[in-house]
Design a protein around this ligand. Structure first.
Ligand SMILES: [Fe+2]
Ligand SMILES: [Fe+2]
Length: 174
């Protein structure tokens, strides 16, 4: 297999990953409806994710490939991210935060690999686009990292009887 075809294959995997994360983020934004700041940040990343899919498709086409023949080799991985969130659970927001955190880090790993691959093959424009996407993923990962303790505390505080003095911690902006 030509090295360029290998890079196209990896970009196709990233495209499939972005497309499969769109419905996950849509659902998680709805789940977080009672937590407006979290819902709004997920909604923002949903827009970013749609843009990522378009940008990656542009990279595939620039290299002479097509995303229309995508084999979803990442089905198992993204199935894991989706799977955690389909079970109705009282601690749903905690479960969602875990899978979102994992998904962002999987994206970070994917784009770091793509940047190295694109640079190795002299595809500087592909590397530049992937670096731009990587920054969005890192910002979202940072937001989730900073807010994960709050999500857990809010869930546990919801179980604490009224009058116990437990406060409701606020969300933090990354
Ligand atoms: Fe993304
Ligand atoms: Fe992301």
């Amino acid at each position: 297999m030509d090295q360029r075809d290998t890079l196209i294959g990896w970009l196709n995997d990233a495209h499939a990953l972005e497309k499969s994360l769109e419905p996950v983020l849509e659902n998680h934004a709805k789940d977080a409806a009672n937590h407006p700041e979290m819902a709004q940040r997920i909604q923002q990343h949903l827009q970013e994710t749609r843009r990522h899919a378009d940008l990656v498709r542009g990279c595939v086409e620039r290299l002479g490939g097509s995303t229309s023949t995508v084999k979803n080799t990442l089905g198992k991985v993204t199935g894991f991210f989706q799977g955690l969130s389909t079970e109705p659970a009282r601690d749903e927001l905690v479960k969602n935060a875990l899978s979102d955190y994992a998904a962002e880090h999987f994206e970070i790993a994917s784009y770091r690999a793509l940047i190295a691959g694109a640079r190795a093959l002299g595809e500087t424009e592909v590397a530049r686009v992937c670096e731009e996407i990587l920054q969005d993923e890192e910002r979202m990962a940072r937001f989730l990292e900073q807010n994960l303790p709050m999500v857990v505390q809010q869930y546990l505080n919801a179980d604490v009887p009224v009058g116990s003095g437990a406060g409701t911690p606020g969300f933090r902006n990354a």
